[in-house]
Design a protein around this ligand. Structure first.
Ligand SMILES: Cc1cc2nc3c(=O)[nH]c(=O)nc-3n(C[C@H](O)[C@H](O)[C@H](O)COP(=O)(O)OP(=O)(O)OC[C@H]3O[C@@H](n4cnc5c(N)ncnc54)[C@H](O)[C@@H]3O)c2cc1C
Length: 428
């Protein structure tokens, strides 16, 4: 019986493990092993809502062991450290408790086929002081750290005799920066309503979005960028475009034109690259450390190793461009590999084709903007409640892929009831 190991249980990896577990693991046709350094999965596109205190990550995470038991795969918790390609062994480090004590020893897991699905981490582009002083949104722990600093800053500022404003600088005007800025503006109003602090949300909290390009959301249609910018300005968010950040200090962000933006909390959301582990595999990488793959998602160096999602670089043979680091891509690649790995191919392997269904960006609890791919291939721009509803459906789709329709419907109902009986944001 062959062993398929999936390294990384994120948007793509967990969906692949679930599908292969159902089709190959349960009937005993193959052994499916998922390895992740965390014991639970959280869908990354929701991280900005954890950072703003809107979502409690404990409620929305998926326990890998429970998912494995229900869907016929095995789960191993530990950090992947490297691969012995000659012996076909994946090296996994010890799993340690928060105090550093070892809970499970380091292991080597044999594989017949290996799928790399490590995702991406923040790219600081070598900016001086950024790694030391800026927070990121790579993991749930990062989002929690941001939330705690945010609430502490608001409370500290409001306990002083003369209020000093709280300055938050978000570097990067892409989807993550825009979504976080909008959610924070909502959160600070809710915290004031519950008297968690006594700041005036309109004047005592300054949120700045600093973007190097000439407009926000550069990957979207310019009309949507303008619409998003108008919405954010109405919320009191300052937008600084054409500002390339040159240095980050503990209390300020400086751009290359010499402007200084005071900052109590700096969040870096200006780009991603593949994690360090990819450089230790002996595989061909691009300049963002992403593993280069063939049109069948096989690594260019090793036919037994595949890669999907943000840690891989798949160049579309038709368009000649690399697919973007998005949940939509990871999902489609997981579907593709679930089919490819569950069959025997006598001739050439099938090729992955990415279908772009469009992009949606949340602008807080009641608005979003986006562009959808219309039937004729033309872009259809959406906004307001329609876009907001479609944005919510992206997460429901992910839950459905993992748990099926009934569980997704039950979770949606539970979420709706929770919003009726608990405050709209976490208060401490
Ligand atoms: C704040 C934020 C908002 C986003 N919003 C959107 C959005 O609105 N729409 C959209 O399409 N995309 C969005 N994205 C991008 C989307 O989340 C990613 O494209 C998607 O999650 C990639 O899936 P993946 O499976 O490649 O990796 P991930 O989902 O990142 O999962 C990687 C997994 O690998 C594990 N891992 C990493 N290294 C190791 C190791 N060495 N050993 C063991 N395990 C390891 C991690 O713990 C993680 O579970 C957003 C991302 C962020 C950060």
């Amino acid at each position: 019986m062959q062993t398929i190991v999936i390294a990384g249980g994120g948007a793509g990896g967990l969906e692949l493990a679930t599908r292969l577990g159902n089709t190959l693991g349960r009937p005993g046709r193959a052994r499916i092993i998922l390895v992740d350094r965390s014991p639970a999965h959280f869908w990354k596109p929701l991280l900005h809502t954890v950072a703003s205190g809107k979502l409690d990550p404990q409620v929305y995470q998926v326990d890998y062991s429970a998912q494995a038991a229900e869907h016929g795969f095995h789960f191993v918790c530990g950090e992947v450290e490297g691969v012995d390609r000659a012996r076909r062994m994946l090296r996994v480090g010890a799993w340690r408790a928060a105090d550093g004590s070892e809970m499970q020893p380091a292991r080597a897991i044999p594989y017949d086929r290996l799928v790399l699905a490590f995702g991406a981490v923040t790219n600081f582009f070598g900016t001086s002081g950024a790694a030391e002083h800026a927070l990121t949104l790579d993991h749930v722990q990062d989002a929690e750290r941001f939330r705690q600093r945010f609430i502490a800053s608001c409370m500290r500022a409001s306990s002083r005799h003369a209020y000093t404003p709280v300055d938050i600088v978000i570097v990067g005007g892409g989807a993550t920066g825009v979504e976080l800025a909008a959610e924070l503006s909502h959160t600070v109003r809710e915290l004031a309503r519950y008297k968690v602090h006594s700041l005036d949300p309109a004047s005592d909290l300054r949120i700045r979005l600093v973007e190097r390009g000439e407009r926000l959301l550069p990957q979207l249609n310019p009309r949507l960028s303008r619409r998003a910018a108008r919405h954010l300005r109405r919320l009191g968010i300052e937008i600084c475009t054409g500002a390339a950040v040159a240095r980050v200090d503990a209390d300020a962000v400086h751009d290359s034109a010499g402007n200084c933006y005071p900052s109590d909390i700096t969040l870096w959301a200006a780009g991603v690259e593949a994690p360090e582990v990819c450089t230790r595999l002996g595989l061909t990488l691009n300049r963002l450390k992403q593993v280069m793959v063939t049109p069948s998602l096989q690594t260019v160096d090793d036919v037994r190793i595949f890669a999907l999602g943000d840690c891989s670089s798949h160049v579309c043979p038709v368009k000649g461009a690399a697919v973007p680091p998005r949940a939509q891509v990871a999902h489609q690649q997981a579907l593709f590999l679930a089919d490819l790995l569950s069959r025997e191919w006598k001739d050439a392997l099938p090729q992955f084709r990415y279908r772009d269904y469009g992009s949606l960006v949340s602008l807080g609890p009641s608005a979003a903007v986006g562009a959808l791919a219309g039937a004729s291939g033309r872009e259809v721009l959406v906004g307001g409640w329609t876009a907001r509803l479609l944005y919510r459906l992206m997460y429901q789709k992910h839950v459905m892929a993992l748990h099926g329709f009934a569980r997704m419907a039950a979770q949606t109902l539970a979420h709706w009831i929770r919003t009726k009986v608990t405050p709209p944001v976490r208060l401490h």
